[in-house]
Design a protein around this ligand. Structure first.
Ligand code: HEC
Ligand code: HEC
Ligand code: HEC
Ligand code: HEC
Ligand code: HEC
Length: 357
């Protein structure tokens, strides 16, 4: 009797624990992936920037604090669609941000331009926080009715904010870039079924992109940045050997040169770009190579004209979505081309070699 019972019991226990152990393994892996992800990085400035103030202000909390995001979604007794409480500091984007009933039900997002986009499914939460904070419409409001080339001290640089990949991906549907009058812009980059939404490309917990799947279609390259399916010479360099990323980067560099020419010749005050807020600074050296001690708020660029502001805004839109070449390459190229073309109306720039997709 006993001899038979022991293996039977062992078998029963195995049967009872096996699925549970597997579920927990899966959960452990998922939590480990999240802990290593930018969303789970407790030390990032994205979640510690307000520590001295003690709370994340309402205008920032939706994207920079889990409690702020839940407030926005209307979890508990909050009203959906508004953030009316400061967020908790040191509160990264955890499980409860994306896995409340409200988060699962979310399917539509309103962008800074006012565009309301529906049918977003599991990527809707991503699109709330990765939508940026400005759009074509806000830039237009600031410059409306002003002379294109008149310097005004009422103008200041407009920053799209950071990692606005959702707005980039939707292009003209969301209008994250300054869209020049009379021009047509690419809408959502549809790419291919299976790689056309945030969570189709980014694993939601690690946020990482599984590149093997990409390279199975895009053969002949090892690096995503070497992928290219559009073969025109957009930047007019004569070199088409690089990926679409290099084409965008070349045009981006040309836009900065054009901005600098314009600032010196029309605004009568040299400008330089640096990697710190508010990004565009007065450049007494005139070289574009700003000494770090001049990249300060006090030395921010102040000789803005409408034309310069639009071009600088678009320069930053491209700079702050390093994934722009995957999210919406045509939209990026169009913004860059049109910004350079606008500057070329008043400073001498050779547009003849550039092409617009
Ligand atoms: C619509 C969502 C959203 C709102 C609202 C928002 N941010 Fe952000 N912010 C982001 C995202 C996304 C990033 C992450 C960029 C990255 O990947 O590093 C970010 C990054 C930052 C950073 C880090 C910058 C860097 O260079 O890494 C600071 C500082 C910041 N935000 C300040 C603010 C402040 C201040 C406010 C409120 C006035 C605010 N944000 C409102 C989405 C938002
Ligand atoms: C930024 C949003 C986000 C965060 C943060 C997040 N999840 Fe998810 N999670 C998702 C999405 C989106 C899916 C569905 C993926 C899909 O449909 O492709 C998912 C799927 C899941 C699943 C189903 C199994 C699977 O692997 O798809 C589990 C379980 C899960 N999440 C648990 C967690 C836990 C636990 C945490 C916290 C450590 C967490 N999630 C944090 C967005 C998130
Ligand atoms: C509640 C706001 C919020 C939601 C929802 C959200 N993110 Fe983020 N995301 C952020 C912030 C803030 C950062 C910057 C984190 C940091 O600084 O460590 C970030 C960082 C990232 C990064 C890394 C960017 C970099 O600089 O390397 C990726 C990729 C990303 N998110 C993708 C997604 C995807 C995909 C989803 C949906 C499944 C999503 N995010 C949902 C706020 C959010
Ligand atoms: C076709 C696949 C694809 C789709 C769709 C996609 N991404 Fe990406 N994304 C990438 C790749 C690849 C990178 C990395 C690019 C690089 O650094 O070279 C990236 C980069 C990013 C970054 C990091 C930018 C940085 O600051 O370094 C964020 C944030 C991001 N994606 C969010 C999103 C969100 C949100 C969505 C949905 C609106 C989305 N992505 C849709 C492939 C995709
Ligand atoms: C099923 C095949 C397939 C898969 C998988 C695929 N792509 Fe693509 N990709 C395409 C096609 C087709 C195009 C052209 C789409 C268009 O121009 O509208 C393209 C275009 C692109 C472009 C723009 C190239 C250019 O010159 O404008 C980039 C960048 C890109 N894919 C990156 C990726 C990344 C990153 C992944 C993986 C997350 C991926 N692709 C997965 C087929 C695929």
């Amino acid at each position: 009797m006993r001899l038979l019972l022991i293996p039977l019991l062992a078998l029963l226990t195995l049967a009872a624990t096996a699925p549970r152990a597997e579920g927990l393994d899966g959960l452990e892996r998922l939590i480990a992936a999240w802990l290593e992800s930018p969303h789970g990085n407790y030390n990032s400035p994205s979640f510690t920037y307000w520590n001295e103030q003690g709370a994340v202000p309402e205008s920032c909390a939706m994207c920079h604090s889990e409690t702020g995001f839940m407030d926005f979604l209307g979890v508990g007794d909050h009203t959906a669609g508004v953030v009316d409480h400061p967020g908790v500091i040191n509160s990264p984007i955890g499980c409860a941000s994306c896995h409340t009933a409200e988060a699962h039900a979310l399917d539509a997002v309103t962008f800074p331009s006012g565009a309301h986009v529906e049918g977003l499914g599991a990527s809707a939460t991503c699109m709330v926080c990765h939508q940026g904070r400005q759009s074509s419409d806000q830039v237009e409001e600031r410059v409306a009715d002003r002379d294109e080339d008149a310097v005004s001290d009422e103008l200041a640089f407009v920053n799209i904010h950071y990692a606005a990949s959702a707005a980039t991906m939707l292009g003209a549907e969301a209008r994250p870039g300054y869209q020049y009058d009379g021009r047509r812009y690419a809408g959502r980059f549809m790419h291919v079924p299976g790689a056309d939404t945030c969570v189709a490309c980014h694993e939601a917990h690690s946020t990482a992109v599984e590149t093997d799947g990409c390279l199975a279609c895009h053969r002949g390259v090892d690096d995503l940045r070497d992928i290219r399916t559009q073969h025109q010479d957009f930047a007019g360099t004569g070199d088409r050997s690089g990926g679409i990323h290099s084409e965008i980067m070349a045009l981006h560099a040309q836009l900065l040169d054009a901005i600098r020419r314009y600032a010196s010749e029309i605004s009568d005050a040299p400008i330089a770009y640096a990697q710190s807020f508010p990004y565009f600074f007065a450049d007494p050296t005139g070289t574009g190579d700003l000494p770090p001690d001049l990249a300060t708020r006090d030395n921010r660029y102040q000789n803005w004209t409408p034309r310069l502001l639009k071009a600088a805004y678009n320069y930053q839109v491209v700079a702050k979505d390093p994934g722009g070449y995957v999210h919406n390459p045509r939209y990026m190229l169009q913004l860059l081309y049109d910004s350079i073309e606008s500057l070329s109306e008043v400073v001498e720039l050779d547009m003849s070699r550039l092409s617009r997709p």
